[in-house]
Ligand binder design. Sequence first.
Ligand SMILES: Cc1ncc(COP(=O)(O)O)c(C=O)c1O
Length: 343
Amino acid sequence: MNPIIDLRSDTITKPTPQMRQAMADATVGDDVFGEDPTVNQLQKKVIKLCGKEAALFVPSGTMSNQIAINAHTQPGDEVICDYGSHIFNYEGGGPALLSGVQVHPLQGQRGVITAEQIKAVIRPADHHYAKSKLIELENTHNRAGGAIFPLDEILKIKKLADKHQLKMHLDGARLWNAHIATGISMAAWCDPFDSISLCFSKGLGAPIGSILVGSSEFIDCAHRYRKIYGGGMRQVGIIAAAALYALDHHIERLKDDHKRAYQLALKLSDLGATVDLDAAQTNIVIADFTKMGRSAQEISSDLEKMGLLALAISPTRIRFVTHLDLNDEHISNAMTILEKVLS
Ligand SMILES: Cc1ncc(COP(=O)(O)O)c(C=O)c1O
């Protein structure tokens, strides 16, 4: 049996020996007291990279998004986002449960909701309505197959947000991928937003950790929510060291993940699956098998028998994600398996 090729997610990567060494060597302190030098170094580095005033290291992307929603809103407010967004689909109803807010999802195209669409749903000042308070965007967009949210549309949304005094939060779990795919700096991507959540445990290959970035006032408020959510960690420099290592060594290489994902997208399309090739801009490929008359579950189970793991995300669609633990040979073997199962 060939070794397993795991294309289910970019979160399945294991820390490299060098990353583990950096973790073992980390200088640590009690981060709840703000005394962990490695966490402080990481926060400073990300502040500089993103051109914001402050940052807060948190355990997960979900906690980071939920803290941001909590810090920007009051119960009864409304959050405008895309229908396929992570905060609406995969965070356990957190906005309602933790912040008491109502989510107003809009049907985007490849995860992109436009300024025009948002303008149409901003609530007038009338006591019948929830208060529109926050616009949440996702870049790159997970459910839209890693598609990039174009910066010019974000800038139009920012103008609208300013006019209506709405806050803007970015779920940038994979913003690194958008940065590498476009050459647009992290600071330029972050500039229009009041808060940005970035993950180290996806394409960057760290075992744990996300970071929330924004103004000093916002992060001060977020800090309190992190405590309330139980996300205050102690000698967590051991983990921050992995994130620092990833920032230094694993950003540029994302272009290899993107190239390999596109190869897979082309192969799947050649074999008869429906793939939005224009959406395959980064490290995620979503293929629809309706035309082939077989269910996603059936195909993923056949792939698994041959050593290829991929995630059936609906009765007709399978997600394939490239990442740090895969090389060109894995992709070439994956394509051979796809040929055998789909031909
Ligand atoms: C776009 C996006 N946002 C947020 C998250 C949540 O991250 P975590 O699993 O660290 O909570 C994910 C996880 O895959 C994601 O894909």
